[in-house]
Design a protein around this ligand. Structure first.
Ligand code: ASP
Length: 307
């Protein structure tokens, strides 16, 4: 494991639910900014409402995570869809990944017009024989039934301000805030979904961990579903999501230890961030070594959001 002088401060929140319908979401790890906590809490709750309603209606874990992600992609305060972070040349390039516990997975990168990037990930999974697709054309998006918008639709004044400040006052590399969701449905199946605008002031063409299965997103029905947020480069080096699942699967670690050890490795790569982890059986875990993390969870017995 790489060395770091800076030991990870890991905060772990454990959900009580041992089995049954469970939904965990995150709205990004980052530094303490001046976000509107009321707005974030409201939209995290709306995302939980949308996703958990699917589970209660008997829908699959995949449908639940997509419903939750749609709410957060459409909400401007999260770094995904409308409100995504801007590249150094002032545009939006979004990534997303969707993985089911049966191993089926789709992902897309460099999206500039897809209103809901997670829908593109689902289309790649269901409508092509591929896993990872870069910069689909408008014709391909239309063929897949994806709703599109001009790039301007995604850009908010707040993201413009953050880009100016990143470029004028030094690199605000810590300004991130990807969204993600993991769910366990009534059949005991798992799914994970992650969607992001990347990191403010990233170079045009840069791809982070989010769309890379096993790095920012991973699901396996025998072990766990995982979605991450943070400095993508460090998550890629640690193959973070897969590392957590492998620690559970092959080393017999519980999800909490697996998440902690992986975040320590990410810290060694000079990155920080957080993960939501939901095992096939047992309670879910939210762990982060960034200053803050926005998250929420809901099960039959509990519902909570944190911003
Ligand atoms: N992990 C994302 C990326 O590196 C950023 C984030 O989580 O906010 O693209």
């Amino acid at each position: 494991m790489p060395e770091s002088g800076n030991h990870a401060r890991i905060v772990t929140i454990t959900t009580e639910a041992e089995d049954g319908l469970t939904l965990l979401i995150h709205g990004g790890a980052g530094s303490r900014g001046n976000h509107n906590a009321e707005e974030v809490d409201r939209d995290l709750n709306r995302a939980l409402d949308a996703g958990y309603a699917k589970l209660e209606a008997g829908a699959s874990a995949e449908e639940a995570v997509i419903a939750a992600i749609h709410v957060m992609e459409d909400a401007p305060e999260f770094n995904a869809g409308h409100g995504a972070a801007l590249t150094s040349d002032g545009i939006v390039q979004m990534d997303a990944c969707l993985m089911d516990g049966d191993g089926s997975v789709g992902a897309a990168t460099g999206l500039g017009t897809a209103r809901n990037p997670i829908d593109v990930a689902q289309a790649v999974k269901d409508k092509t024989k591929h896993v990872l697709f870069a910069e689909p054309t408008d014709q391909e998006l239309a063929d897949w039934g994806i709703e599109t918008e001009d790039n301007e639709y995604f850009i908010t004044d707040e993201r413009r301000r953050q880009l100016v400040s990143a470029q004028n006052d030094g690199d605000e590399w810590e300004k991130h805030g990807t969204i993600g969701a993991v769910a366990r449905d009534g059949q005991g199946h798992l799914a994970a979904a992650t969607s992001t605008g990347g990191i403010t002031n990233q170079m045009h063409g840069r791809v982070g961990d989010t769309p890379l299965p096993g790095c920012g997103t991973y699901a396996n029905d025998e072990t766990a579903a995982i979605s991450g947020t943070g400095i993508g480069e460090a998550f890629i080096k640690a193959v973070a999501a897969n590392q957590i699942a492998s620690r559970v699967r092959f080393a017999g670690q519980d999800v909490e230890d697996a998440a902690k050890a992986t975040l320590d490795e990410i810290d060694g790569y000079h990155g920080d961030g957080g993960v939501i982890v939901l095992p096939a059986t047992g309670h879910g875990v939210i762990a982060y070594n960034s200053e803050t993390m926005k998250f929420g969870f809901r099960s039959r017995t509990e519902s909570e959001v944190h911003s």
